[in-house]
Design a protein around this ligand. Structure first.
Ligand code: FAD
Length: 399
């Protein structure tokens, strides 16, 4: 019969591989395993929090994926046998056999990195770093906040999903507060000393949200990593001992590859090592890992990166199965962030496989970044680019 490709995870990484494979070789049997019936994009979820998007406009079902002839299985992969080449499902009685396996489970949160934090506590102090219910909870709590209420956010240590994401979120929450609850405040505690697009964000904090936002970066004296929370009292405590009592806490903990990856022996520490020329796992044969779960340094963990990697993975699978040459991949990323209405900034570049300190590495080149003193017209144009990108990527993935 036809060669079988099983893909675990229906996010940008997994869905894009499935779609690319169908286009490149309609003869392949492609199965996509994803437990959720609807996927809410984390990208643009900050704009939902800010009031610029509806929940519906960032949520997609898999009907479009099915229409392409992809077998979508609504289930969770619970085990991978890389010798028998099978994937066990939580509900499916028969394991799925594969010739090539693609693992794209995204992230899991390291709940135990913060005392008092847990999946239950996250219903009260949402992370909203995985799309869906969590995003919804955070927005509901923002809507319910009293004017004058204190919002406390935490930003995680590297590496994590979407490096500029916490700062775009701070801008979007601050915009929401400024326009609906002007006496409310936002305090951000950061585990890091520096962050992505920092100059641009700092300019925006000062220009638009001066009286609302207080940003605390870790420095020589104070470590602002959040180490403890109390979901009952709202208290959030940093490593250097500062405690704030939040009316609403948005706790974003440290992260790791989606747990199926560690279970299947694909991790080295928290993340999955891969060969940067094609994102094959360095741990086992005929398995690819891409998207946020993979170690793709210096590519950031973004949807744009995941889709770029997916193009290479799909081409490599088709070439490998048909015995053709497998040229090394070339990749690209752009991360846009909206800092205020009609004002977006970007960072990005191209990446090619290389080595650094004896380790596989993706070398950035042609890198670009928005400047703090860009003209409003440039920022408006960047904002439009970002909207065009969103429409294109969601049509490509789910349309
Ligand atoms: P995911 O999107 O997490 O998809 C993984 C899927 O796998 C999930 O649907 C999950 O249900 C499924 N899964 C997990 N385990 C299993 C299992 N055992 N069996 C079956 N399925 C499983 N990126 C950008 O490019 N631009 C942005 O502007 C941007 N903004 C962001 C803003 C925020 C606030 C956040 C949090 C992220 C943002 N990102 C952005 C990052 C982007 O969301 C991620 O990088 C992207 O979703 C990664 O795709 P993925 O396919 O690796 O993982």
């Amino acid at each position: 019969g036809p060669a079988k490709v099983v893909i675990i995870g229906g996010g940008p990484g997994g869905a894009a591989v499935a779609n690319r494979l169908r286009t490149a070789d309609p003869g392949l049997a492609v199965t996509l395993v994803e437990p959720k019936e609807k996927y809410t994009t984390c990208f643009y979820s900050n704009l939902y929090l800010g009031g610029f998007r509806s929940f519906r406009s960032i949520t997609f079902d898999y009907e479009g994926v099915k229409k392409r002839g992809i077998n979508v299985v609504t289930d969770t992969a619970t085990a991978i046998d890389t010798t028998a080449k099978t994937v066990t499902l939580a509900h499916g009685s028969v394991p799925l056999g594969y010739d090539r396996l693609v693992v794209a489970p995204g992230i899991d949160l390291k709940f135990d990195s913060i005392e008092g934090y847990s999946p239950e506590a996250a219903k009260i102090m949402p992370h909203a770093w995985q799309g869906g219910e969590q995003t919804w909870i955070l927005k509901e709590k923002l809507l319910a906040l009293q004017d004058g209420g204190l919002v406390v956010m935490s930003s995680p240590p590297n590496p994590y999903r979407c490096p500029p994401g916490p700062y775009e979120r701070a801008c979007m929450i601050a915009h929401f507060l400024k326009t609906t609850k002007p006496k409310a405040k936002l305090i951000l505690f950061d585990a890091k000393k520096t962050f992505s697009k920092q100059a641009v964000f700092e300019e925006a904090f000062e220009e638009y949200y001066k009286d609302i936002i207080e940003i605390n970066l870790t420095n020589e004296i104070d470590d602002y990593s959040v180490v403890k929370v109390n979901a009952q009292t709202g208290e959030v405590t940093t490593k250097s001992g500062r405690t704030e009592r939040a009316a609403l806490a948005n706790i974003v903990p440290a992260q790791k590859a989606g747990s199926i990856a560690a279970k299947a022996g694909l991790t080295d520490g928290d993340w999955c090592p891969v060969n940067p020329q094609n994102f094959t796992s360095t741990k086992t044969k005929d398995v690819y890992v891409l998207g946020d779960a993979a170690i793709a340094a210096d590519m950031p963990k973004s949807a744009y990166s995941a889709v770029s990697q997916a193009g290479v993975v799909a081409a490599d699978i088709v070439a490998d199965l048909s015995g053709k040459p497998r040229p090394p991949g070339r990749y690209r990323n752009t991360c846009w962030s909206m800092v205020a209405p009609g004002n977006s900034a970007k960072i990005g570049g191209d990446y090619s496989p290389g080595e650094k300190n004896g380790k596989p590495f993706l070398q950035g080149k042609n890198e670009f970044i928005s400047k703090p003193d860009d003209s409003p017209a440039v920022r408006q144009e960047t904002n439009q680019e970002s909207r065009d990108w969103y429409q294109t990527i969601v049509a490509d993935l789910f349309g």
